[in-house]
Design a protein. Structure first.
Length: 411
């Protein structure tokens, strides 16, 4: 039997993956721009169109990733602690029951972490509601960059003065849409601009009937683990009189603090996700083992993606009083210190979970439940959806050429 890592297979598979990715992405972008024209006066319909293209993009990535490196997803959770959320396998596929509006926080190991989280959101029917925080340079990628901006993904420049204004504006809009009081519901005039943050609009309070849900993923560590980032994390741990972390990086608190305060009017729950990869050892770095080249060119990816999930109620997270102050730099420093301690404690607990994972190969404990299913779409037809717009355009062009040729022959 020919190995999927052999050169003939690698060459043919890579050619197909590149062609399918480009063709599918162009189809998604075509649908986005067409939706922008057709639904220019119907924001709710345009939002639904963009959500559909998000689902198509996730379907495209899942199909191609599973083709290159077939793998499985394992989810472990404590049913007593997560009474309103659950995971199960039906007909060989992973299904989940998740909150309508949620913020997810996770450790960051490899550059495709966000894809596997997005798949987890997909299992709960929230692929079209996904929002991801990314580096600003990714927004400059041709075709993909404008598409991700259409998705309303959030891009960081790593300059706090700039990011604070940009994030606050996008988060308040996200919150307003989830409450049915944002632009998706046709609210065209915000209540006012903030006097503290000029240019940041504040949307009307209350709730409307046209709501747009969200699932936002945040990686508070800000980067993947590497020798350099680990050394930097250890130094910061020492500066705050905490022991060094072994398997995760000390998180940055200010950005997450801003996000949770901005979304406190709509967020239902904070999902705390711990991610581990079967095949990655405790002394290895994911960015070195599961590189994009090794993964998508040669098919060397993790044998299994392991998630441990717990939930936090917003009332249990120290965010300070809901006083309408949207500038987190003006919040009482004591509140910020309390939030930092909460986040650091959560990350040290995550470090212990990772120790268990590396020792046993699983996140399972005495009171947990675990389910496992393939990383794949529920139906092969979902993989065709991203290609429909491009195929339709090609067919229309072909028929137009034939019609013109036929008309010309009659002259």
């Amino acid at each position: 039997m020919i190995s999927r890592h052999s050169w003939p297979v690698v060459v043919l598979r890579t050619a197909f993956v590149i062609f399918a990715f480009i063709f599918g992405t162009l189809g998604i972008r075509l649908l986005q721009e067409l939706g922008g024209v057709v639904f220019s006066r119907h924001p709710a319909h345009f939002h639904a169109c963009v959500a559909l293209t998000k689902s198509h993009f996730l379907a495209l990535l899942t199909f191609l990733t599973a083709l290159v490196n077939p793998t499985a997803v394992s989810v472990t959770w404590d049913a007593r602690q997560m009474s309103s959320s659950r995971f199960e396998v039906r007909a060989g596929h992973l299904h989940s029951t998740l909150a309508a509006n949620a913020v997810w926080i996770s450790n960051h190991q490899i550059y495709t972490d966000w894809l596997f989280w997005w798949f987890l959101a997909y299992t709960g029917g929230h692929a079209g509601a996904a929002y991801i925080v990314l580096k600003e340079n990714l927004a400059k990628i041709p075709v993909l960059g404008p598409g991700m901006r259409r998705f309303r993904f959030m891009f960081l420049s790593r300059k706090w003065a700039t990011d604070k204004l940009r994030l606050t504006s996008q988060l308040l809009e996200l919150d307003a849409n989830a409450r049915g009081m944002g632009p998706v519901a046709g609210v065209t005039c915000a209540a006012s601009e903030s006097s503290r943050l000029p240019g940041v609009r504040q949307w009307p309070p209350g709730h409307g009937s046209v709501a747009a849900n969200y699932h936002l993923i945040v990686y508070p560590e800000g980067t993947v683990m590497s020798p350099h980032t680990r050394e930097r994390s250890d130094k910061f741990c020492a500066s705050i009189n905490r022991p060094p972390l072994r398997h995760v990086l000390l998180p940055r608190a200010r950005g997450l603090f801003l996000m949770l305060r901005s979304l406190r009017g709509s967020v239902d729950v904070v999902y705390d996700l711990t991610t581990g990869y079967t095949g990655l050892g405790p002394e290895q770095y994911g960015e070195e083992v599961f590189t994009l080249k090794a993964y998508y060119l040669f098919g060397y990816g993790p044998r299994k993606i392991n998630f441990a999930v717990r939930t936090w109620n917003l009332a249990d997270i120290p965010l300070g009083p809901d006083d309408g102050n949207i500038d987190v730099d003006d919040v009482d420093p004591q509140v910020m210190r309390q939030f930092e301690e909460w986040l650091y404690d959560a990350w040290y607990a995550k470090d212990e979970l990772m120790s268990r994972f590396f020792a046993t190969g699983s996140f399972e404990g005495e009171e947990t439940k675990t389910v496992e299913a393939p990383f794949q779409l529920r139906s092969p037809l979902e993989a065709l959806a991203p290609f429909v717009p491009s195929l339709t355009l090609v067919l229309m062009l072909y028929l137009s050429v034939r019609l013109i040729s036929f008309a010309w022959s009659l002259l």
